[in-house]
Ligand binder design. Structure first.
Ligand code: DQA
Length: 151
């Protein structure tokens, strides 16, 4: 597909997810994200994928503002901000692009403080508990939407 016709999707990771592969591998696996992302990029070659990671809430809000009116979708793992951030929830509600919330672990099988998300209410959907494959499933949604001409 011509590059200019591809739908642009941002994959965004929040705090501590830069440590994937080294951080609690029994929960988050032993694979780093960058290599996995390159495989996703090859697989979803009908989409234009970009990756952004930050440990800072405001930087995540800024990035949503930056892409949220021109790009066609966001796959967001907000890490612990999922459970606390009204600023991220407001940013998701403010932008035009649909956001799919993802989690590597099954947060509902973990500590009680991980059971509530401030974000789910304003997200299109949630994929969780499938390891890194949660990102692939979220991207599959956008690939289907693109194929149907709905984004
Ligand atoms: C996480 C789950 C969160 O509770 C946690 O704070 C993370 C990662 C996940 O992908 O499973 O940082 O979002």
């Amino acid at each position: 597909m011509e590059a200019e016709n591809k739908k642009k999707i941002l994959v965004m990771n929040g705090p501590n997810l830069n440590l994937l592969g080294r951080r609690q591998p029994e929960i988050y696996g032993s694979e780093g994200f960058e290599g996995y992302f390159e495989r996703l990029r090859a697989e979803f070659d009908g989409l234009e994928l970009a990756y952004f990671q930050s440990n800072h809430e405001g930087a995540l809000v800024d990035k949503l503002h930056q892409v949220g009116f021109d790009w066609q979708g966001v796959v967001l793992n907000a890490g612990a901000y999922t459970h606390t951030s009204l600023a991220l929830a407001d940013a998701i509600a403010a932008i035009a692009a649909p956001v799919v919330e993802v989690h590597i672990s099954n947060v509902h099988a973990r500590e009680a403080f991980r059971h509530h998300s401030t974000l789910s209410r304003v997200c299109r959907g949630v994929v969780l508990g499938f390891g890194l494959e949660s990102y692939r499933l979220a991207l599959q949604h956008f690939a289907w939407e693109a194929a149907r001409g709905q984004i």
